[in-house]
Design a protein around this ligand. Structure first.
Ligand code: NAD
Length: 493
């Protein structure tokens, strides 16, 4: 079996203790991909030391030169796209057309970040005093600890790592234990692009490795993507340690459909939103809110189309929906479906594991729809992270928005309507970081702010220019060329 090692200071570094975890193909659990180290505190210390040493060199390289390296990384991601897509599908299950999209997101982010290195603008402002100049610059923060989930093994890390590097920070990356192979390739690509040793380090492991990174005093920032439960723990520790942290957490996203919408489009939208990536996206459509006038007919059409979804191994060309990530996640879905039944929701399709044919060797769950879901039910409120859609009925746009907002999370949202007034009312009133009009709840673009409010985030946004806010501090500079002591607020008034 292939043995993988942490990537520290530009070298693959065997662990000192030999404790490992196994990376398994979720579509075929007989397919063992390799063994990765369960990193200890000692290994995290080593990686943080290397990132700390590299910071003094990397942060002083002119930003556009750092951008040249990121541009090359974009070129290499492009060259290795098919190979990396196959690796990603093998380790986390989503179909090849989706893993190709995942890598395209990193390519777009690499080119965007490279360009942004020529535009790390500060501000200048007039001084209140004579012969004095005021200005402000962005400065890097230092060593950033990056901790991510598995469902976008390249795209999500790229949203953090590439802007952080562009700004002059160095990185210790702790990928999810369910997608470590993609992180290994990420390191190869940055090395080939010319990233000096120590600038980018990868340490593998579980939550314990992540928490060593959070606790390390030389790690100045934590960039986290994962569940709200873990994110809150990290936020508490970062608060106690006075460490900056950006959190991208869970979602329970609603698509609203009004009777005046293009209903065929709304149908395609919810199928992609709910069952794309097997429902395992933070932005997945897990709630569908239908206006009463179309409730029955829309559900009938939805059931018909859902029966046509082809489940299977993501590596096979015909597959539209892949497996669930692991046995624990499959158990979680089974648990939520049983709660939904016991609370009185009606399962109209799915509601069970899939073990036939191509699905006999992995963790597969049928696309599942519950109707007559009310706002007090558990499946209306809690993130399941699987192919389970909860459908509710609304009597008006206002009622639909009220239902959409009746939720602890605030990541993505969507409204299908042909009425421009309704669209703008929804844009104003829906409580979410992202609102789509006549498009599903998934589909973020690399150059736009991404993130959520309420239980989803802590005020930061990744993607686009807002990521550069996360990964920089401000330095304000006053240059007094008057030759005399000018006391602000005192001498000039
Ligand atoms: P998770 O919270 O279990 O794990 C995420 C990462 O945190 C992993 O690398 C894990 O090893 C690490 N970790 C776990 N405990 C830790 C601790 N105490 N200290 C430090 N690190 C720790 O999440 P998951 O199951 O891997 O991913 C699914 C979740 O991620 C869902 O809730 C989903 O909505 C969310 N997600 C959010 C976004 C977003 O951008 N908002 C994107 C993708 C996924």
């Amino acid at each position: 079996m292939q043995q993988f090692h942490n990537y520290i200071n530009g070298s693959l570094t065997p662990s000192s203790h030999g404790n490992t975890f196994t990376n398994i193909n979720p579509a075929d659990t007989n397919d063992i991909i390799g063994q990765f180290p369960l990193s200890s505190k000692q290994e995290i210390d080593l990686a943080v030391d290397s990132a700390t040493k590299a910071f003094s060199i990397w942060s002083k390289i002119p930003a556009p030169k750092r951008g040249d390296i990121l541009r090359k990384a974009g070129d290499i991601f492009t060259r290795r796209k098919d190979e990396l897509s196959a690796i990603m599908t093998r380790e986390m299950g989503k179909p090849l057309f989706e893993t190709l999209g995942d890598i395209q997101e990193a390519i777009d982010t690499a080119y965007y970040a490279a360009t942004e290195t020529r535009r790390l603008f500060g501000y200048t402002a007039p001084s209140e005093m004579d012969n004095k100049m005021n200005m402000s610059f962005r400065t890097p923060i230092g060593v950033c600890g990056i901790i991510t989930a598995w469902n976008f093994p390249i795209a999500v890390p790229s949203w953090k790592i590439l802007p952080a590097l562009a700004c002059g920070n160095t990185i210790v990356f702790k990928p999810s234990e369910d997608s470590p192979y993609s992180a290994h390739i990420f390191a190869e690509i940055l090395e080939e692009a010319g990233c000096p040793p120590g600038v980018f380090n990868v340490i593998y492991g579980d939550g314990a490795a992540g928490s060593f990174l959070v606790e390390h005093p030389a790690v100045k920032l934590i960039g986290f993507t994962g569940s709200t439960q873990t994110g809150k723990k990290i936020a508490e520790r970062c608060g106690a340690l006075n460490k900056k942290c950006s959190l991208e957490m869970g979602g329970k996203n609603a698509q609203i459909v009004m009777p005046d919408a293009n209903l065929e489009l709304a149908l395609d939208g919810v199928l992609w939103g709910a069952f794309g990536t097997t429902g395992q996206r933070c932005t997945a459509t897990s709630r569908l809110i239908l206006h009463a006038d179309i409730y029955d007919s829309f559900i009938n059409a939805l059931i018909t189309k859902t029966t046509q979804i082809k489940l299977g191994n993501g590596a096979h060309a015909a597959t539209q929906m892949g497996p669930v990530i692991n046995a624990k996640q499959l158990e979680k879905i089974i648990h939520y479906v049983s709660i939904a039944r016991s609370e009185g929701a009606t399962c109209v399709i799915g509601g069970d594991v899939e073990i036939a044919g191509d699905c006999s060797k992995g963790h597969f769950y049928k696309p599942t729809i519950f109707i007559d879901v009310t706002s007090d039910m558990t499946i209306f409120k809690e993130e399941i992270f699987g192919p389970v859609l909860a459908v509710s009925k609304a009597v008006s746009l206002e009622h639909a928005i009220e239902l959409a907002n009746n939720c602890e999370y605030g990541l993505s949202s969507s409204l299908f309507t042909g009425n421009v007034d309704a669209a703008f009312r929804a844009i104003r009133d829906i409580e979410a970081g992202i609102t789509y009009i006549n498009a599903p709840t998934i589909g973020a673009e690399a150059h736009m702010p991404f993130g959520g409010i309420k239980g989803t985030g802590n005020g930061h946004r990744e993607g686009g220019w807002t990521a550069f806010e996360i990964f920089t501090e401000w330095k304000t500079v006053y240059v007094d060329y008057s030759g005399s002591l000018q006391r602000a607020q005192i001498d000039n008034y």
